[in-house]
Write a protein that binds this ligand. Structure first.
Ligand SMILES: [Zn+2]
Length: 234
């Protein structure tokens, strides 16, 4: 199999530094399975490690697609943060390596999250998604406590996404976000809130357009019932 990782030449939109960053060829991705919170598992490769690009000079970081196309001239606040990091000399220097470990990828994600949090208007779905990436990378490593910590952050931003009602991804719609909020409650052991969200999800007026979400919701709800039976010893 040809090497799925390649080094792309990019230029930082904040400080103009040219550098190389590891990317994955999308043609190399073969999904094997998916967890109940939409975490996809691929054969022989962990694309999450390569999902974010960070400038080694000013540490400006974004999802790859955003890094490649973003223009910062109307975002002085973002520029100011990047320039302050660069001028402080405390920037994290990421090497041009094809190999990325979880800790490096987590650091990159955290830098990207910092910049997205200063972006106006804030996109809570983007932030939630990046926190989920971190949780999933820890899950792939079996680091349960750290996974939980980041699920909690992601959860908070999915709730913000729902409340704001903007940037709802078309693929899963509002019912999908509601299911996910419930499922993350379930994963954190809060069954009361999980069931509350699941019941709202299946009653959603457009749930008929998302049969997959409805079936995921019913499966997750069923898991709670099974868990309750076990606890009751019946
Ligand atoms: Zn830069």
């Amino acid at each position: 199999m040809p090497d799925p990782i390649w080094l792309k030449d990019v230029k930082c939109p904040a400080c103009d530094t040219a550098f190389k960053t590891a990317r994955i060829k999308s043609s190399a991705l073969k999904a094997k399975s998916m967890d109940s919170d939409f975490h996809k598992i691929y054969e022989g490769i962990r694309p999450l490690l390569y999902a974010v690009t960070v400038c080694p000079k000013c540490n400006f970081g974004q999802r790859n697609d955003d890094f490649d196309r973003v223009k910062l001239e109307y975002h002085p606040e973002i520029m100011n943060i990047a320039m302050a990091i660069r001028d402080s000399g405390k920037n994290i220097q990421f090497p041009d390596s094809r190999e990325i470990d979880t800790e490096t990828a987590v650091k990159k994600h955290q830098l990207a999250i910092t910049f997205y949090k200063h972006w106006k208007p804030e996109d809570p779905l983007m932030i939630a998604g990046l926190y989920m990436h971190i949780a999933w990378m820890y899950r792939e490593d079996g680091a349960k406590e750290r996974e939980k910590e980041f699920i909690k952050h992601a959860h908070e931003y999915y709730i913000k996404t729902f409340e704001k009602g903007t940037h709802i991804p078309e693929k899963i719609g509002e019912p999908g976000i509601m299911y996910l909020i419930g499922e993350l409650y379930r994963m954190q052991g809060d069954f009361v809130n999980a069931v509350n969200w699941f019941s709202r999800t299946v009653k959603h007026e457009i749930i008929g357009n998302f049969p997959n979400i409805e079936s995921l919701t019913r499966d997750a709800w069923e898991k709670i019932n099974e868990q309750k039976h076990k606890t009751n010893g019946s």
